[in-house]
Ligand binder design. Structure first.
Ligand code: C2E
Ligand code: MG
Ligand code: MG
Ligand code: MG
Length: 282
């Protein structure tokens, strides 16, 4: 009898479902639960303008504290949310929550929200953005949408139409992780982005290899020629910071100034002048 049961069980767990696949299915189920109970949280990381010499905004970054595993990196669960389509409700929550938080900040502080490719190509993204803005009362010009080059691997005409419809709402469009894609230069030419975020892999190169600063200079010059601002992400030390400043990068973000913080720590950061201003005064 026992032998029989064992066999039945073996068939129940289809032999093709290996360990990794089962783990993925479990995680997807837990993601669904998190959406239902809003098990997510947003952290906010300051963005600084070198020209204005002040904090100008925050990037909203999702956090998931898994009930059993503890904190799970978005680098692990966002791809899964993309594959399963769960990114649509998750992304909608992120937009609403980010706009809601930002509506409590001073009028010259904006919020940047990551929009993943699946979310971007889903019908109604412009409506989702519009509804998050009107529910929160946040003016459109204080919302920045960060998209990556990978949106261009889909239907390019449709991609451009969506970018223009979002731009029409008055929000800013930012190209995230610039330089990591397959054909970065051609994407830069195809749409007038408000800002280009230089991927942190290029910032890491500064100080190590000899020509890292030449790459930064080339990107900032190109962006300037196209009427776009630049922001360098992942700035961790003073050497990187000084090279970026010298090569004309206008905005910076990184652990050197502040890690991402919880929503209720934002007010304190604003009041104390946060890391960058402190560094300037020192
Ligand atoms: P990203 O949009 O490029 O965000 C920047 C990442 O760099 C964040 O990682 C941030 O914490 C990290 N970072 C900032 N400064 C430094 C630094 O000085 N050094 C280092 N080593 N890292 C730094 P995080 O929060 O783990 O997010 C990883 C990625 O997950 C994001 O990359 C973004 O692609 C995605 N992600 C995060 N939140 C969301 C979200 O709400 N929606 C979507 N669709 N994707 C998100
Ligand atoms: Mg980003
Ligand atoms: Mg980025
Ligand atoms: Mg990045």
């Amino acid at each position: 009898h026992a032998k029989h049961e064992g066999k039945a069980q073996y068939h129940f767990f289809a032999p093709s479902l290996d360990q990794a696949e089962r783990a993925r299915i479990r995680l997807e189920r837990d993601l669904r639960d998190a959406i239902k109970g809003v098990g997510f949280e947003l952290n906010f990381q300051p963005l600084y303008s070198l020209e204005k010499r002040r904090l100008t905004g925050f990037e909203a970054l999702i956090r998931w504290n898994h009930p059993v595993r503890g904190p799970i990196s978005p680098l692990e669960f966002i791809p899964l949310a993309e594959e399963s389509g769960l990114i649509i409700p998750i992304g909608e929550w992120v937009l609403r929550e980010a706009c809601h938080q930002a509506s409590t900040w001073p009028a010259d502080v904006s919020v940047a929200v990551n929009v993943s490719p699946k979310q971007f190509t889903a019908t109604g993204i412009a409506n989702t953005v519009l509804s998050a803005l009107s529910a929160s009362g946040l003016p459109a010009h204080r919302l920045e949408l960060e998209i990556t080059e990978s949106i261009f691997t889909a239907d390019v005409d449709q991609t451009l139409a969506t970018l223009h419809s979002l731009r029409t709402l008055g929000v800013k469009i930012v190209l995230d992780d610039f330089g990591t894609g397959y054909s970065s230069l051609s994407y830069l030419r195809s749409f007038p982005f408000d800002k280009v975020k230089i991927d942190k892999s290029f910032v890491e190169d500064l100080g190590t290899s000899g020509n890292g600063h030449a790459v930064i200079r080339a990107i900032t010059m190109l962006a300037a020629a196209l009427g776009m601002e630049t922001l360098a992400e992942g700035v961790e030390d003073v050497t990187q910071f000084e090279v970026l400043e010298r090569e004309g990068c206008q905005n910076i973000q990184g652990y050197l100034f502040s890690r991402p913080v919880a929503a209720d720590a934002v007010t304190g950061l604003l009041r104390d002048g946060a890391g960058y201003q402190r560094q300037l005064r020192a």
